[in-house]
Design a protein around this ligand. Structure first.
Ligand code: AMP
Length: 281
């Protein structure tokens, strides 16, 4: 596996691979890799001739009071894991390489962002869309792999690719979980031991809601208030949001039908966790 830190070198290398007829699979990450990331890399490995992984903690997608400076990092471990999972290239630019000057042309995401993390983290998805537009132009992938743990991100990237005719196919991968159901996340290391135990209720309440819907519940408010109560009673975390929308449009629904998402964010002392479930009925 080759580590590349320069935008030009990465772009030239990828363009060369592409012109020799090879398919390129791309997995963008912010590093501190875990089984979730590695599942994406392994799938890209199975489906492509060349696999590129990026590690870049993108300052543009962090708000002023968020965890940019404390976001966990361990490049040595990451590069070993990426290589073992089948990456051929690891793109690892620093912020000044990606943003030599502030972007003069901004990307503003105008749909699917007035709810969930888009509402809690103003500007977050503008930053995600901007960095992906750059990364897609640098890596020129045929396929790009994203986790459904960040389902709103997937809904936004889907629009980005469509609106800007980016010649890449979006591939999604189911959320990878710990054995007790907690969604794997780089931020889980910041949970205190009691919070780690309590955090199990996030996925548990999503599963209970899913079961209720499968058994006939159709009222979003009933589902959400049940979940709120379950989480409040079983964890010290503060609920940032628990919401239910159509997916991928992310519009409110009066009655549960078609494909819907239930998504939540809960703040613990040093980590804000997200999780979701998508149900088609
Ligand atoms: P991040 O490093 O958090 O930006 O995540 C990089 C990619 O890995 C994104 O597409 C995430 O959705 C995906 N990802 C993160 N956690 C998981 C997980 N537990 N299961 C599946 N994919 C994940």
């Amino acid at each position: 596996m080759k580590v590349i830190r320069s935008v030009k070198e990465m772009q030239n290398t990828m363009l060369e691979q592409k012109s020799s007829g090879k398919s390129i699979g791309f997995v963008p990450t912010m590093g501190y890799l875990h089984e979730g990331h590695l599942t994406l890399i392994k799938q890209a490995r199975r489906e492509n001739d060349v696999v590129a992984v990026s590690i870049f903690v993108n300052p543009l997608q962090f708000g002023a009071n968020e965890d940019l400076s404390t976001y966990p990092r361990d490049f040595e471990r990451d590069s070993q894991l990426a290589e073992e999972s089948g990456a051929d290239y690891l793109f690892y630019p620093d912020a000044s390489e990606m943003y030599p000057r502030p972007l003069a042309i901004k990307v503003t995401v105008g749909d699917r962002t007035d709810v969930l993390c888009g509402r809690s983290r103003p500007g977050h998805f503008d930053g995600v869309a901007a960095v992906l537009l750059k990364l897609f132009n640098i890596v020129v992938p045929d396929f790009a792999y994203f986790g459904m743990k960040d389902a709103q991100q997937v809904a936004v990237i889907d629009m980005l690719i469509t609106d800007y005719n980016i010649p890449v196919t979006l591939k999604t991968v189911e959320t990878v979980r710990e054995s007790d159901g907690l969604a794997k996340s780089s931020r889980n290391v910041y949970l205190q031991p009691n919070e780690r135990e309590e955090a199990v209720i996030l996925n548990k309440s999503l599963n209970e809601a899913r079961e209720g819907i499968i058994n006939g519940e159709r009222d979003p408010e009933k589902v959400l208030s049940f979940m709120r109560e379950r989480i409040q009673q079983n964890s010290s975390g503060t609920i940032d949001y628990i919401e239910l929308y159509s997916y991928p449009e992310l519009k409110p629904v009066k009655e549960i039908k078609g494909t819907i998402i239930i998504a939540l964010a809960v703040k613990f002392t040093k980590a804000r966790l997200i999780d979701n479930t998508i149900i088609s009925i």
